[in-house]
Write a protein that binds this ligand. Structure first.
Ligand code: DC
Length: 231
């Protein structure tokens, strides 16, 4: 039987990590996990419970209810994709909106939230044959991952990609707002105390500013081949 890998894809927000990770998973017939969607689902839960105020967050409330937050990825055969479910409700569209995006960095800084998400992510990882994208997958969640890729791209290009993605999904957004949100998230992701975004020492850097998904796939295919065949 072919060796099954754990592939960790980390990097800045809106670099196309999920698109790339999803394409790899499809090609290898692996499970794809968008760990950012998990933090987004927790954030949506907190918003609905009014745990997020203008300046303050009800951390005790969040910690108390962490056990009531159930996140699943359910396959939708109509679009041939997995969608995020929060307590049995499909929240795929809502978690991509600007409101969740504006709060998710703060929620993902809470140590108890991170500990719970990492625990869930590792449980999924025991099966191997998985591609997971996020910020701390190669550094914290799977430090022994078989392949680690660290993705980056120019801010303007990332903002344009996010903008197009949301417009295509029918979400009404402003380009400048998206750009500012990305810059702000880079700063919080890199500077938070717990699991800050950083490249694992053994991660390969991929700057996809000027690359199509197919070009990225051509690049990664050879690397994966070597990993599977152990050469
Ligand atoms: O990849 P994304 O933009 O959907 O991620 C949403 C937020 O979640 C982002 O602000 C960083 C955070 N996140 C994280 O802290 N750790 C991860 N493994 C994935 C995402």
């Amino acid at each position: 039987m072919k060796k099954k890998l754990i592939i960790a894809i980390d990097g800045y927000s809106s670099c196309g990590k999920s698109t790339f990770a999803r394409a790899i998973a499809k090609e290898l017939n692996y499970i794809f996990i968008d760990s950012g969607a998990m933090y987004r689902a927790v954030t949506l839960y907190c918003m609905r419970r009014d745990f997020i105020g203008k300046g303050n967050i009800n951390i005790e409330g969040i910690i108390r209810e962490l056990k009531d937050i159930h996140i699943e990825f359910v396959y939708n055969p109509d679009i041939a994709e997995y969608e995020t479910f929060l307590n049995s409700e499909n929240v795929e569209k809502e978690i991509r909106g600007i409101e969740v995006s504006a709060h998710v960095s703060r929620i993902s800084q809470i140590p108890e939230v991170r500990a719970r998400m990492v625990e869930l992510q590792r449980q999924i990882g025991v099966f191997k044959g998985i591609v997971m994208d996020g910020r701390d997958i190669g550094t914290v969640v799977f430090p022994d991952a078989d392949l680690k890729i660290f993705m980056t791209a120019l801010v303007e290009i990332r903002a344009k990609r996010r903008y197009d993605e949301l417009i295509n999904k029918g979400v009404n957004v402003d380009f400048e707002e998206i750009r500012k949100n990305i810059v702000a998230r880079d700063i919080t992701d890199e500077n938070r105390d717990i699991s800050p975004l950083r490249r694992a020492d053994d991660a390969i850097v991929l700057d996809n500013s000027r690359m199509t998904v197919e070009e990225q796939m051509t690049w990664v295919r050879q690397i994966i081949e070597k990993k599977i065949n152990g050469s």
